[in-house]
Ligand binder design. Structure first.
Ligand SMILES: C[S@+](CC[C@H](N)C(=O)[O-])C[C@H]1O[C@@H](n2cnc3c(N)ncnc32)[C@H](O)[C@@H]1O
Length: 202
């Protein structure tokens, strides 16, 4: 089982953005769409063994946590950003008015929204997965021995802040795919392809 978690510092938490201008109006939800594309899509296929969390911290109602559960997802994820952004919009719409922090609403089978925080999701994930923080200065990915259930945390265009990093210290090993700073979606694609190449892939 593979889990990918991305914290999006400015991603809007209401469906108030334009599908025709995601980078300019949504707080970079376009990055989240590409992230989902890399997490789930194969050419002519879909990775059912993947769970992805989008943690949105932009205006006006942060936080919102959107969970895509590959094993249960019934809606189609397409390669284009626009249709994926529409799913995110649907989830944000379903999450409007949510008050209880722990309550998750099912938007479609396999797609959920809640008010869970970054810390809530990390704690939940740690219950059944080894946690890795994807970071340029981490241990080279080729040197890590991955167990059956793995979870990877990434930042968005701003990266993770010092408080998030402090929270992850001691609970998430830093892992690198290279010294350069790559696009979040490229890092996820690289990790998926690297894990696929292992004799017993998670
Ligand atoms: C700051 S990068 C760039 C975001 C970019 N603007 C985009 O469109 O995706 C996003 C995240 O990718 C991860 N990342 C980038 N380069 C990496 C590397 N060489 N090794 C491991 N993780 C990396 C980090 O978690 C980082 O916070």
């Amino acid at each position: 089982m593979r889990t990918f978690i991305i914290k999006a510092n400015e991603a809007h938490t209401r469906p108030d953005f334009k599908l025709s201008d995601l980078p300019g109006t949504s707080g970079r939800i376009d990055i989240l769409c590409r992230f989902l594309n890399s997490a789930f899509l194969l050419s002519h296929g879909f990775r059912k063994n993947v769970r992805a969390w989008l943690l949105l911290y932009g205006p006006p109602e942060p936080p919102k946590a959107i969970r895509f559960e590959g094993s249960r997802l019934k809606v189609r994820l397409n390669p284009d950003e626009r249709s994926t952004a529409r799913l995110i919009m649907k989830a944000l719409k379903a999450g409007e008015g949510l008050r209880e922090p722990g309550k998750e609403v099912e938007v479609y089978p396999g797609l959920y929204v809640s008010n869970r925080t970054f810390e809530d999701v990390i704690r939940l994930t740690l219950k059944n997965s080894a946690l890795y923080y994807l970071h340029e200065e981490g241990k080279p990915v080729e040197e890590v021995r991955f167990p059956t259930n793995v979870a990877f945390v990434l930042g968005d265009h701003k990266g993770l802040g010092p408080e998030d990093e402090m929270f992850l210290d001691g609970i998430a090993e830093r892992v690198s795919v290279g010294k350069k700073s790559y696009l979040a979606s490229h890092v996820v694609a690289y990790i998926n392809i690297f894990l696929d190449s292992l004799p017993n892939p998670p």
